[in-house]
Design a protein around this ligand. Structure first.
Ligand code: MV4
Length: 454
């Protein structure tokens, strides 16, 4: 059979560029790597069939420069582009320009990207699709007075969120009326600075929810499925540290209910390709739509481990016009955990770029390492500090924790600091082990650590 595409250009770097390249290779699709001058020695460049240098280290002049990416696609004859995550993955304009150039975008339509990219509009879309949302504003707020009236209506605490945001920037939790006006102003200013859009909306704030997200897929024939959930409550400064699937909180009934809600929303917007629907799950079992991500995510491997599917391969197949061949409602097989291995100082959480003087990756049963790192590779200081992801799969959660502790011990990195020691402490934390993890987990974890007798 002819390959799905003539040539796929991978508009990304690091471990995800390598992950996409692996999927293309298995499907017999030739690949083009693009790279900045800082990434010449990166593995995605080494393994790609062709590579194009697209500019200096600064992302704005390389991985974020649409004209350079289009030029790279044109000179290599690529007929499709996979954006990975981050960079231009949720840039509707890039998707439009590619369409104009007759290059297939491996992702959802520009209209859906735009609609879900505005978080306040996404909330309204979820409500219209019959998916529960928290009490709050229907549209972006127009004034501090409107915010105050709305907050009184839903009751404190409330949370202000940037419409153009996501991931915590321009976000403020407000516990009392007297703080609302000033926090509204600072949230809006922060959003304007960060996203060029100062719009802010408001929701009732849940104090101890779980962050649970559903993997969805749609094909070009209108079929939409979900592939279960990921538990992502272990975050620090709105950066996920560790993810798992299934969530220890979900019963098969709740999984069916939340999965059906996720599918309903994706169907409502005629979603095509891979997407993620984020929910907050309250202690009483109620769940609420939070955001939709219109890309493949960093944590997709835990879904792959418990479903046995190759999500990147599915993205390529769908973009090439093939139908989905799996159904919703797969029971998760065993348990999977992912630890993000970041080049950063374990206590200060500041970046720790530099040369990997030793880089021994673990292996053995149920262990997967997604990384672009190797011995003597230099982690450049210009990009995200993720150097790899360690993923384990085992029969159940306790065995997955034990397997992850073993794999972390056998993951030897010298030359830079990493999050490996932090993960070892988290996996031994009694609250983590109990599975009773909420968005406040890391705050409580650091308190327990500081109280520990040494
Ligand atoms: C919330 C919330 C509670 N109630 N929204 C949104 C962006 C995300 N990174 C954090 N967000 C939250 N939105 C309402 N209405 C709590 C959080 C939140 C959180 C969510 C997941 C994991 C860690 C978190 C830490 C603080 C706040």
């Amino acid at each position: 059979m002819a390959p799905l595409f003539k040539k796929v250009l991978i508009a990304n770097r690091g471990e995800i560029a390598l992950r996409i390249l692996q999927a293309c290779r298995e499907l017999g699709i030739p690949t083009v790597a693009v790279h900045s001058t800082a990434d010449r020695e990166s593995l995605h460049v080494v393994y790609a069939d062709e590579d194009v240098c697209i500019g200096p280290p600064a992302s704005n002049e390389s991985y974020l420069d649409i004209s350079r990416l289009i030029a790279a696609a044109e000179i290599t004859g690529a007929d499709a582009v996979h954006p990975g995550y981050g960079f231009l993955a949720e840039n509707a304009h890039f998707a439009e320009v590619l369409a104009e150039c007759n290059i297939k975008w491996i992702g959802p339509s520009p209209d859906v990207i735009r609609r879900m990219g505005d978080k306040s509009q996404a909330r309204e879309t979820a409500r219209a699709a019959g998916v529960p949302v928290l009490p709050g504003s229907q549209e972006a707020l127009k004034s501090p007075d409107e915010a105050l009236a709305m907050a009184r209506d839903v009751g404190f605490p409330v949370i202000l969120k940037a419409s153009a945001g996501g991931g915590g920037r321009g976000m403020r939790i407000v516990h009392a009326e007297e703080n609302l006006e000033s926090m509204y102003r600072t949230a809006s200013e922060e959003a304007l600075k960060a996203f060029g859009d100062g719009s802010v909306y408001l929701e009732k704030y849940l104090t101890a929810p779980r962050h649970i997200e559903f993997q969805v897929f749609g094909d070009s024939f209108g079929k939409v499925i979900h592939i279960g959930e990921r538990e992502c409550s272990v975050q620090r400064r709105h950066q996920k540290l560790l993810e798992e699937s299934p969530s220890p909180a979900l019963t098969p009934e709740l999984r069916r209910e939340m999965g059906a809600a996720a599918v309903r929303l994706a169907e409502y917007v005629n979603y095509e390709n891979a997407g993620t629907i984020e929910f907050l799950l309250d202690e009483d079992g109620s769940f609420y739509f939070m955001e939709m991500n219109t890309r493949i995510q960093v944590e997709h491997p835990v879904t792959e481990m418990v479903s046995g599917l190759d999500l990147v391969r599915m993205q390529l197949e769908i973009a090439a016009g093939q139908p989905l061949t799996v159904e919703s409602g797969l029971e998760p097989r065993g348990h999977s955990i992912e630890c993000r291995i970041n080049a950063e100082h374990p206590e200060k959480f500041t970046p720790s770029p530099g040369m990997l003087k030793t880089f021994h990756v673990p292996g053995g049963p149920g262990v997967r390492v997604d990384t672009h790192g190797y011995e003597d590779y230099v982690v450049p200081p210009y990009y995200d500090s993720l150097v790899g992801k360690l993923i384990v799969h085992a029969a159940n959660r306790p065995e997955a924790i034990a397997r992850m502790l073993r794999a972390l011990e056998f993951f030897v990195v010298e030359g830079i600091h990493t999050t490996i020691p932090l993960h070892q402490k988290i996996l031994r934390d009694p609250v983590f082990v109990s599975g009773n993890i909420t968005t406040g987990f890391m705050t409580g974890f650091f308190q327990r650590q500081s109280e520990k007798p040494e």
